[in-house]
Design a protein around this ligand. Structure first.
Ligand code: PLP
Length: 397
């Protein structure tokens, strides 16, 4: 068949999966590869969550559930949001979805059409732009700058809103930079949005419980003035080390909720029933597992940031959230993607080139420090050896 479907010339991908595949292929050939590429916690899902899924299967939860998710789980999400953020959310506004990605897929599909604009962070999660382009809408990047600690600027974001802007995508704590936008900047954004009442906001808060040094996460959900046009994206993947379970949720304004429900009915019908019971156990069970994971990430963050700052030609700001470091490599003389590729092929270290997250990602690499401290140290040694062995490139030749 030779049919071309224009939208598929525009849709993108997540290169982290291609890097993972290449890293796995090299490992299968017998090479020792340290993977700092893929964005998933290296911890196992806590046992009480796994047991809840096994019990659900044994108890006979084998059929469809409501498309929106089982009520106890939607109630548990509402209770959890109240506990964490002190906001009132009705379980009727909560949609259980198969992974955080599905919320962005739905929201962008709802608002994206030719002639309309959708704003998204650059560098940012690659699926935002990919999906915007797929719908035919015009992607408008919101620059995320190192000199701003990889936070977004409210003033710059507001200045990019045009009459055709339909949706603004916000992500803090952020992938790929680990940047956390200060509460004052989020206040300023919300204040400014009052002048644009027809613009919807999707806030991707999948790393909302992953901040360091006691820094408080400021959720867009806590602003009543935008609740009627805010879509909250969250889920279990990162917080509870559950990427493979495909468990996410969103909170929708009432009049968008039914559109999202219809998209669910038209695509996946409902989320895997046993996984929903696992998600319920995660929210209602002990929360110490999150603290334990974050303590491990905090220790590794120190190793990775100190190590990167000691490498020739690299400098790295201290990320305040998530589990990513985004070092500036401009002084190495390398372009980001060739460097990422050479590090994998020659040094056995998988990292992602910044341009895989947007045009403004050139000059940076993303390292996911979801790996053991020993492996991170070894990866940094390999990177140091590699950069020392390529002085001609480091000199900018
Ligand atoms: N949003 C951001 C910013 C992410 O980094 C990711 C995953 O890497 C997702 C959403 C998707 O999460 P999930 O695996 O639950 O689909």
């Amino acid at each position: 068949m030779t049919t071309t479907i224009a939208a598929f010339d525009r849709i993108g991908e997540e290169n982290a999966f291609a890097v993972l595949a290449r890293a796995t292929a090299l490992a299968n050939e017998g090479r020792n590869i340290i993977n700092l590429g893929i964005g998933q916690p290296d911890f196992q899902t806590p046992p009480h969550i796994v047991e809840a899924a096994i019990k659900a299967l044994r108890d006979g939860h084998h059929g469809y559930t409501p498309a929106t998710g089982i009520l106890p789980l939607r109630e548990a999400v509402a209770v959890d949001l109240h506990r964490r953020l002190n906001v009132e959310v009705s379980p009727d506004d909560v949609l259980i979805v198969p992974g955080g990605k599905v919320t962005m897929f739905m929201a962008i599909l709802m608002f994206g059409e030719p002639g309309m604009e959708i704003m998204y962070p650059d560098p940012g999660f690659p699926i935002y732009r990919s999906m915007i382009e797929f719908t035919g809408a015009t992607p408008v990047p919101i620059p995320i700058r190192e000199e701003n600690g990889f936070a977004f600027s409210a003033a710059e974001t507001l200045s990019l809103i045009a009459p055709k802007t339909r949706l603004i995508i916000i992500n803090s704590p952020a992938n790929p930079t680990g940047g956390v936008t200060p509460a004052s900047e989020i206040d300023a954004l919300v204040d400014g949005l009052a002048a644009h009442p027809d613009v919807a906001i999707m806030s991707d808060e999948i790393y909302g419980q992953m901040t360091f040094d006691g820094l408080e996460h400021r959720s867009l959900l806590t602003y009543p003035s935008i609740r009627d046009r805010l879509i909250l994206l969250d889920g279990w993947s990162k917080t509870y080390a559950m990427t493979g379970w495909r468990m996410g949720y969103s909170v929708w304004p009432a009049d968008l909720y039914d559109k999202a429900r219809k998209l669910a009915v038209n695509s996946y019908s409902c989320v895997n029933a046993a996984a929903q019971f696992a998600g319920l156990a995660a929210l209602t069970g002990p929360q110490e597992c999150i603290d334990e994971m974050m303590q491990a990430f905090a220790a590794r963050r120190t190793i990775v940031v100190d190590g990167l700052n000691a490498l020739p030609g690299m400098s790295c700001v201290n990320p305040e959230g998530a589990f990513y470091a985004f070092p500036n490599i401009k002084a190495t003389g390398w372009q980001a993607k060739p460097l990422a590729s050479a590090l994998l092929e020659e040094a056995g270290v998988a990292v992602i080139g910044g341009p895989d997250f947007g045009i403004l990602g050139e000059g940076y690499l993303r390292l996911s420090y979801a790996n053991s401290a020993e492996n991170i140290e070894r990866a940094l040694e390999r990177m140091a050896d590699f950069l020392t062995a390529h002085p001609e490139v480091a000199a900018g030749d």
